[in-house]
Design a protein around this ligand. Structure first.
Ligand SMILES: Cc1cc2nc3c(=O)[nH]c(=O)nc-3n(C[C@H](O)[C@H](O)[C@H](O)COP(=O)(O)O)c2cc1C
Length: 199
């Protein structure tokens, strides 16, 4: 392989990739071989200290319903929500054909937890990019369930582990509409920042 070879297609993919709402996805979505490729791209990220501070749970088909049931139970337990409302939330887990629970397993050590969590974020984004490159749609969601102690325990998270996202993957039958994007120049200072505290 030649290194540093320009790859216009990759740049184009980065500039055009966008999320598809999980509820707008259609099946069948990535099969196990495609999911393995997506996760392989997910773990190929910068990782200070080579800690591998992430892990993944893949739920497809009926397995997603277990997550829906868990979310409904958690809602009733933690929020005292009416069972009818909780029942509706079961649908959260079956919005898209496949989902990956991205779990941050950062630990207290010489590498700051913040840096380990940044690596987790990079892993999530790599999975979205890889899915797009393989022709699938992806969407990174969190919401109440990702912070619920009952959901975390039910998914086998250890103390200190966090859910970085429920990342849905599927197919799409039409192009997603673009959303307003920030202008890079609006958030970039070229050269030394003026007016800030001087060193
Ligand atoms: C950590 C994280 C959590 C997110 N959680 C949600 C969510 O719960 N619901 C939602 O509508 N969008 C959520 N988003 C935003 C979508 O994933 C996505 O960024 C947005 O729909 C625009 O997508 P695009 O910029 O990839 O096209 C989240 C994004 C991140 C980074």
């Amino acid at each position: 392989m030649t290194f540093n070879t320009p790859n216009a297609a990759t740049y184009d993919l980065l500039m055009t990739r966008r999320s598809v709402k999980a509820r707008d996805m259609v099946g069948p979505g990535p099969d196990r071989a495609a999911m393995a490729k997506i996760i392989a791209a997910g773990v190929r990220v910068p990782d200070h200290g080579k800690l591998g501070p992430w892990r993944f749970v893949v739920l497809e088909g009926a397995e997603r319903e277990k997550l829906g049931d868990l979310i409904a139970r958690a809602l009733i337990k933690e929020n005292e929500t009416n069972p009818t409302v909780a029942e509706k939330m079961k649908g959260y887990a079956t919005q898209g054909p496949v989902l990956v629970v991205a779990i941050s397993s950062a630990i207290e050590c010489q590498i700051p937890v913040w840096e380990q969590e940044l690596s987790m974020g990079a892993a999530c984004q790599n999975m979205l990019v890889a899915a797009t490159a393989l022709g699938y749609a992806g969407c990174w969601l969190t919401g109440w369930a990702s912070y619920s102690p009952t959901v975390k325990a039910g998914l086998g998270l250890a103390d200190g582990e966090k859910i970085a996202g429920f990342i849905f993957f599927g197919n799409q039958d039409n192009a997603p509409t673009e959303r307003p994007r920030p202008e890079a120049d609006d958030v970039t200072i070229w050269g030394w920042p003026e007016g800030g505290p001087s060193a």
